[in-house]
Design a protein. Structure first.
Length: 306
């Protein structure tokens, strides 16, 4: 079933993202358009902090669809992702029936496994979405789960339905828009990837990242924005334990703005490294002199380009 309100072209998809202040590359706009057009899940892979999760949020806002987020973690099981029964309420119902003298087991079973005792988790919520306004289902950081959960998810994505033994089969009137993200801490099985359209979300180029900072940290001084983006771009070329993502760049711009900085200087860099870098070894490396060297190179290059 075709979904209404979706962009009709790649250009419309890019404009849709742009209106939500998401700076997207042409390949990303293309794969997103195709995922929407073909009704296929979108599988986004990339380093942490490059904007994968934000794509689902922006898409939901742009299409005026509910966003349902399943945050994955080690040990995630079906009851946490799909449904579970309200056992406490069921036990109270059983006790009340016994107190009232109702001994019909069949009637009791039919009642306690009814809709009012069913706790819907994210995947079931997404399958029961409103016709014509199917939600965006974000399955975030799938690589944190195990292969058993992948196998369950494969069945859901294939049929857009689930069977609850005591309740029956729940089939989506209109399939949800599914966005799956992974930070690639482990490989996801090919069987699941084959059912999705794939895109690697890379760190943005300098001009793209500068535009992101302008939109997400509009109070930042223009010279400061140019210098901090150039600084971050150089950091990503180093062998760090964890290179800063776009989220850290935005945070750094906002932090420096709060300190009334109009340009980068060694003191500002040293004092705010904890906003940009999240591992002590990386921070110590910058404080040993490498940070000052990078700052000098940034200042020199930008002065030469002016």
């Amino acid at each position: 079933m075709a979904q209404t309100g979706l962009p009709a072209s790649i250009d419309e998809t890019a404009e849709l993202l742009d209106r939500q202040n998401y700076v997207a590359s042409r390949p990303l706009a293309t794969v997103l358009f195709l995922a929407l057009k073909m009704g296929r899940p979108l599988f986004l892979e990339g380093e942490a902090g490059v904007g994968k999760t934000e794509i689902a949020k922006v898409l939901a806002a742009a299409l005026d669809r509910p966003l349902i987020r399943l945050q994955c973690y080690e040990g995630l099981d079906v009851s946490s992702a799909l449904y579970e029964w309200n056992y406490a309420a069921q036990m109270i119902e059983i006790r009340l029936r016994e107190a009232a003298g109702d001994t019909s087991r069949d009637a009791a079973r039919s009642d306690i496994f009814s809709d009012r005792f069913l706790i819907r988790r994210p995947i079931l919520q997404a399958l029961e979405g409103e016709l014509g306004r199917a939600p965006v289902l974000l399955i975030d950081e799938l690589d944190r789960t195990d292969e058993a959960f992948e196998a369950f998810l494969l069945e859901v994505l294939s049929d857009n339905q689930v069977t609850i033994p005591e309740f029956g089969t729940v089939r989506a009137a209109e399939p949800p828009i599914v966005v799956i993200t992974t930070n690639r801490t482990r490989e996801i099985h090919d069987a699941l990837k084959r059912r999705c359209l794939y895109h690697w979300v890379d760190y943005p180029q300098a001009d793209q990242e500068l535009e992101i900072v302008r939109r997400k940290a509009p109070r930042a001084n223009a010279d400061l924005a140019a210098e901090l983006v150039a600084f971050v771009q150089r950091l990503r070329g180093l062998d760090l334990f964890k290179a800063p993502g776009v989220a850290e760049t935005i945070d750094w711009a906002n932090a420096l703005t709060e300190l009334n900085a109009v340009a980068l200087d060694p003191a500002h860099v040293s004092d705010t490294l904890g906003v940009l870098l999240k591992y002590q070894d990386d921070i110590a490396r910058m404080e040993r002199g490498e940070g000052r060297q990078i700052l000098n190179e940034v200042k020199r290059d930008l002065a030469g380009a002016a």
